[in-house]
Design a protein around this ligand. Structure first.
Ligand code: MIC
Ligand code: SF4
Length: 754
């Protein structure tokens, strides 16, 4: 489990040499993001001034991390790559498949028995291929990575969109689909469009009720869910250095919600403190020697407008606590405006549940500050109005907060302590009464609040806020409660005010843990057997997808024209479906069931053009597949927002969808589609979306001339025989066209041609 100091020292040695060279080459000071990017160029990639947002560049990440729900597909693909061990340090974390219901001990035991087959599979594949395995209950992937593996100036990828959390420790950590991870685990380069750069200057200092969470809630409000697409967000300024390392992690974590490639902060004292507290003095020693390379050049931070594509400035001294939602993380409301906003929008004011946890807010500091609010409420004799649940981020955090009495404080208010895992954040929440579909409000410290995400109920209004605000709102039971100005009634009939939260950034007595839950791989895994039962409904070995037949796709039918927001939760829902993440055929039965059909505004009800009947999307698509009819999917902006789950790309591929044509894509989803041999296309003219009709038949006219930079022409034949020619842009380069031709990127690796 130990971090690899030799590897880190090597990264730092390369860094000093390459950064100076790059600075000379581009002829100007460099941002931190550029320093890390240049020092991780794939060996042989020429150092040059890359065009941001345009040039595809090959990189060599230092690490890979996978979580259980995506690792199954990633490792099933890796098994086809024909390698003996992974080429770079890799870990697998069991965190998504554990339900929150009764409380940690029972829930973990249930998960261990219900998902035994999957955990055994992940454990044995890890053992075989030299992968570190973190057992169920050890914690959430991103907290464990921050505690053990992240280091300033490093670059890592992970099969989860919130891999970006490690930016809190000065890394460039990027979420990818499993197929991208397979490239790196197989010893190949990893390709990324050279990102644009957004600078966020933080002035002033957080105070009172305001927390790091509010910084990102504000940034999300400014940039919206697609404002960070294709960009790295780099934070700097006095406000950045004055906050904790885990607080920085929170901010970077939720950068996924604005579509950012990743976010990061320069190396500073907060990182030193965190590294020391997590037993990594050796990294501090190494990093201190190259400290100037681990942050942006002074000129950059003094004149950010000259070096970043966009600059945002936030004064932390004036920032108010925010509550974002419902249904989207970028709808920001400052706490003082909640009363009027909720009334204007008809949001239920009564808070039913407060949940603290998820990879974005489950650090020691988060728990300590939230507990300080609970402590006050208890001391004042205030009875909490809502139910309360917490998920600690890791066993190390749980053990330490138990030792320090923080769990006992939470329990004084009847708080349920769930397993160190994702739990309610990914719909693994067996919430009593959720199936009744009542309109209700919950508040949580997670990052995402898409419809149905936490409890499956489309009428649950989920609001995202800081852990301390979750505590205050759950105690008051009122969404419009403003702890800065309002009072609460105690059991003696007195009006009392809560003081602002307090709490240690790091445990005074250090972290402690008995069994962190790590399993090291076998030194030689060649004799380890990996068994997948052919009758399993949870795991299925993959069969390669067919190569392109070299012809234009003709006679394709429109499967669905998706209306409005279509996140990966809409395309491949999590919650109850997580159990099928290792079985492509079974999980394909959730394909696009959450997407709204633009023609009838209903979810999971589309026309089967062969019969004229309406049915569920997966059923209609299976009917087309059986009839040998190709299909295409049409969508709106930011299609595939959210998760890195490649199931959202593999399912349509598996069921015979050929192309996805949308106004714009979220980054990871676009790459996932390409990797799986699909056509990911965007309207050259967005208004053409309106021309697409329910009974359309589609012919590609020039797919045989598929080439980089050349739009494709699609003919849409309408029911009355009239036609529209629609121009579709794409971002495929030569090697990506190779994936399409071969049927998938993996087909090329397996054939030894990648
Ligand atoms: C999420 O937060 O949506 C998830 C679940 O962690 C996903 C990964 C997955 O779908 O397994 C993510 O963010 O990438
Ligand atoms: Fe888990 Fe939620 Fe974090 Fe995704 S966002 S990794 S589901 S805790």
């Amino acid at each position: 489990m130990a971090f690899d100091i030799k590897m880190i020292e090597k990264v730092y040695a390369t860094m000093s040499a390459r950064v100076d060279k790059a600075r000379a080459l581009v002829g100007r000071p460099l941002t931190l993001s550029e320093k890390i990017l240049y020092s991780h160029l794939w060996e042989g990639t020429p150092s040059q001034a890359f065009t941001r947002g345009k040039d595809y560049v090959d990189f060599a990440p230092d690490r890979v991390a996978c979580q259980d729900a995506t690792a199954q597909m990633a490792l099933l693909q890796f098994m086809h790559a024909g390698k003996k061990t992974v080429a770079v340090p890799t870990t697998v974390h069991c965190d998504h498949l554990i339900q929150a219901k009764v409380g940690a001990t029972t829930d973990l035991a249930v998960a261990n028995s219900q998902s035994k087959e999957v955990f055994d599979f992940l454990s044995s594949v890890s053992n075989k291929y030299g992968i570190g395995f973190w057992k169920p209950g050890s914690g959430i992937i991103h907290q464990i990575v921050l505690e053990n593996y992240a280091f300033p100036g490093g670059m890592m990828i992970g099969t989860d969109s919130h891999t970006v959390n490690a930016g809190g420790l000065g890394m460039l950590a990027i979420g990818v689909g499993g197929a991208d991870a397979v490239d790196v685990m197989s010893g190949m380069s990893w390709e990324l469009k050279f990102p644009k750069l957004i600078g966020v200057k933080l002035t002033g200092k957080l105070n009172g009720w305001t927390a790091p969470k509010d910084v990102i809630l504000k940034v999300a409000d400014i940039l919206t869910v697609k404002g960070g697409t294709g960009a790295i967000v780099e934070y700097f300024g006095e406000g950045a250095t004055s906050m904790s390392c885990t607080g920085k992690g929170t901010i970077c974590n939720m950068g996924a919600e604005i579509g950012a490639t990743t976010s990061t902060f320069g190396y500073d004292d907060s990182m030193r403190r965190y590294l020391v507290a997590t037993d990594r003095q050796a990294i501090v020693d190494a990093a201190d020697k190259v400290a100037s390379y681990l942050t942006g050049d002074d000129e950059v931070y003094a004149n950010p407008a000259q070096y970043f594509d966009q600059v945002i400035e936030i004064n932390l001294s004036e920032l108010e606590p925010h509550i974002n939602g419902p249904f989207t993380p970028d709808r920001g409301t400052p706490v003082s405006k909640m009363k009027s906003e909720a009334a204007a929008n008809g949001w239920p004011l009564k808070v039913e549940w407060g949940l603290i946890g998820s990879c974005t807010n489950s650090s020691y500091e988060d728990m300590a500050r939230a507990a300080s609010i609970v402590e006050q409420a208890v001391a004042h004799g205030i009875t909490p109005k809502a139910e309360f649940g917490i998920n600690p981020g890791s066993e190390q955090i749980r053990y330490t907060i138990e030792r320090d009495g923080i769990i006992a404080t939470f329990e004084k208010m009847g708080t349920k302590v769930f397993t160190n895992a994702c739990g309610p954040c990914i719909g693994q929440w067996d919430r009593a009464g959720a199936d009744k579909g009542e309109k209700n409000t919950i508040v949580h410290s997670f990052n995402r609040n898409f419809s149905k995400r936490a409890d499956g109920n489309p009428n649950t209004h989920a609001f995202v806020t800081s852990p301390e605000m979750v505590a205050a709102l759950a105690i008051s039971g009122d969404l419009s409660f403003n702890p800065l100005t309002d009072t609460l009634l105690n059991d003696k009939g007195e009006q009392v005010r809560l003081n602002p939260p307090t709490g240690d950034e790091l445990p005074k007595r250090g972290f402690d843990v008995e069994d962190a839950g790590f399993q090291a791989p076998a030194a030689d895994g060649s004799s380890v057997q990996v068994a997948v039962s052919p009758t399993s409904d949870r795991l299925q070995l993959l069969a390669p997808f067919d190569a392109w037949d070299g012809k234009n796709i003709t006679g394709a039918k429109l499967l669905i024209k998706a209306f409005g927001k279509c996140t990966t939760d809409h395309i491949s829902m999590a919650g109850p479906w997580l159990r099928f993440r290792g079985h492509l055929d079974n999980i394909s039965n959730n394909m696009l069931i959450g997407a709204v059909n633009a023609f009838n505004q209903e979810a999971n009800k589309v026309k089967n053009q062969l019969t004229g009947e309406f049915a569920a999307v997966p059923a209609v698509q299976r009917a087309y597949k059986t009839a040998g009819v190709p299909t295409i999917v049409v969508g709106d902006h930011n299609y595939g927002e959210g998760s890195s789950r490649e199931h959202a790309a593999m399912e349509p591929r598996f069921l015979g969808v050929k192309a996805v044509l949308v106004k714009s894509f979220a980054r990871i989803h676009e790459t996932n589609l390409k990797k799986q041999g699909m056509l990911a296309l965007t309207f050259a003219n967005e208004a053409d979306y309106d021309k697409i009709q329910e009974n359309d038949t589609i012919n590609f006219l020039d797919l045989t001339e598929f080439a980089p930079g050349k739009p494709l022409t699609l003919e849409f034949v309408h029911a009355d025989g009239s036609k529209d020619l629609i121009l579709a842009n794409h971002t495929y380069n030569d090697s990506q066209i190779g994936w399409f031709v071969a049927g998938s990127a993996l087909n090329l690796i397996a054939a030894g041609k990648a």
